[in-house]
Design a protein around this ligand. Sequence first.
Ligand SMILES: Cc1ncc(COP(=O)(O)O)c(C=O)c1O
Length: 360
Amino acid sequence: MSRIFNFSAGPSTLPESVLLKAQEEFLDWRGTGMSVMEMSHRGKEFMSIAEELKSDLTELLNIPDNYKVLFLQGGATGQFAAIPQNILRGKEKACYVNTGAWSAKAIKEAGNHCDVIVSADAKDSNFTSIPDYSDWNVDENAAYLHYTDNETIHGVEFQDIPSFGDIPLVSDMSSNILSRAVDISKFGIIYAGSQKNMGPAGVTVVIVRDDLIGNADNKIASVLDYAQQAKNDSMLNTPATYNWYLVGLVLKWVKESGGIAAMQQHNKAKADALYQAIEKSSLYSNPVNTAVQSRMNIPFVLSNAELDSEFLKLAGENGLSSLKGHRSVGGMRASIYNAMPAEGVTALIDFMAEFERTHG
Ligand SMILES: Cc1ncc(COP(=O)(O)O)c(C=O)c1O
């Protein structure tokens, strides 16, 4: 068996020990004689998996008692629609910050349910920076303020938490949840799809403050309604049981690896090394303002785009896969989530240097 270094933006690489554990338990989970996939979600075996999943996430992220933790389906995209339907609370407006492709999708979906105020827009910088908070136009009568903590395609990441009085802050953390410490108490809602830092695709984590629950639009689909899902322990409909189990294994891996503090250190070291290699090269460059460069998704372009396909081909031959940038921005992108080992980043840096020596 040989495994490559997979820089895919999501679904993305998983810790090898998690895959091995799942393999070991595949046919017979802890002497039950069944695969987790075959268990009733109401049975005591699966209930224990579900309880540990919730308590491990709560512990890792230090989630305060006045928040509900939901494990839903429909991805972050489902939440783009669920959020306004749940928390407009009779208001007609919501504020959104546009920092790239994912915020734009959230804005578009919200527009089906309320008036969207675009409080700040990074379009003029071609989504390579985040407008200064002092320039944001936040309406205090809006129901909430939404932003995308890490723009997966553009490689732009907030380095701190914006604060605008009492307006509930809602953040899409799909591509950086669990990668660094976050003060949950500053947020109304944090949501994230699982397929980057938490496991395979198929689970959507929603962490929502209690006071925002219970005022949903009366036409909301039940599966999107936080109150109904919270009351039913996220089992209003049949949950993605095997994916919950796999996310649970990833959370155990994060705990065993030293928790969020260790992830933060590990991610910073990897990202610093790759940014430095790009900085000192004359073939590669990263367009993002250094103050907001992402630690998770690192886009870079080659000064001669004609070399792109050769770069990708040779990278693949050297066991470095999925480095092609998103079609909307071109170039390359290395996604280096929690599960990307330091050796993967070192192998990429070495390959990039060798490619520059031979092609630059
Ligand atoms: C920041 C961000 N938000 C939302 C999404 C959409 O997630 P999903 O496809 O799970 O709906 C993605 C997917 O890559 C993402 O990176």
